[in-house]
Design a protein around this ligand. Sequence first.
Ligand SMILES: [Zn+2]
Length: 432
Amino acid sequence: METSTWSERSQGENAVTGSILETVFPPNSLLSRPLNVKVRGSGIISVINEQDESGFCPFSNKGGTATSRPLPGGRFFYFLMRLKEVYTVRERLEALKAEALEELEQIGQTAQVQELRVKYLGKKGLLTEILRGMGKLSAEERPVIGQLGNEVRSAIESKLEEKKEAAERAEIEAKLASESIDVTLPGRMVHVGNRHPLTLVTEQIEDIFLGMGFTVAEGPEIETDYYNFETLNLPKNHPARDMQDSFYITEEILLRTHTSPVQVRTMEKMKGKVPVKVICPGRVYRRDNDDATHSHVFNQVEGLMVGENVRMSDLKGVLLNFARQMFGEGTEIRLRPSFFPFTEPSAEVDVSCSMCGGKGCRVCKHTGWLEILGSGMVHPRVLEMAGYDPEKYTGFAFGMGIDRIAMLKYGIDDIRHFYTNDVRFLKQFNRV
Ligand SMILES: [Zn+2]
């Protein structure tokens, strides 16, 4: 082919691969008149005005050396036209590359990247369309343009890849930013509850008696008449029952009026073994009209000790020890004669007022003493009914209201506070 001759003679990479931007070509005087060709090689433009004497047309350019010898007659024109054709595909390729890279620079979403991939590199894309024109090129030109096409393709591809990664990263970051938890928001307050003042006092009482070798026993709140009264020496029609009027479920079943039945049940379980040393805390019920000092439900703890040679002095020693641990080292107790059907002798136990130290104040009604306990030696008949020989064994028992102790301990003026569940009241015992 004509151009192959030229190509063989050409020297320097820019003779063919340099971009010819413009040709000015007098149609009828190809070789006799000055030829103006602007060549861009390596991006630098040179202007060639005329061929030299030897017939060489120096395609000089500053980016590299390119010389060519014009072919005789119309061949040079043809050559230039071929060049023009090469140039057109080349220019289109480079224009496409520039356009693609510029357009890619503008975008920021993965969907747009995909859109541009189809637009430029797709089967019906712009690059394919340009390269389709390669069929018109010569066998020599084809690989050169083919290579350029590949370069353009890979340049666009790497830009696409770069933008795709950047877009994906930006999208992930945007998603993370939109879904992130704002840790600067104040958290929801978790309200931690605390134990009820009656529970606190009950546990303190239990601790004191456990320290003296007692165990803790519990029993049913729904009790039979038999355990609640009869085994405690309170037969039917006994006048003392009036003091303990309760809530009856049937004639024989009631809500227990005291924790004393647990003492009897414990003795039954022990089957005559000694010593019995037990305290029985729990809720009890009486048909009382509620006021500042009375509640139809309240808490009691009773204690029982049965064995050989258990004496009144043991009772006094145990209660004094309890009172001093509960109310303070300097606390004194005093026993006053009293009556309970299940103990004989019986005694009310007062402790010296911890508020005024015995001098007298509003709490102790200016007596210096607080009445907190009922106690006594277990009635022989009660021992007998529980299976213990009253000739061989003796025992003492005591009982106190946990509510009353809690009221004294915390200075609470109304028993009803314990049962109305006012959180403002209850949360005051957070740190006691
Ligand atoms: Zn007092």
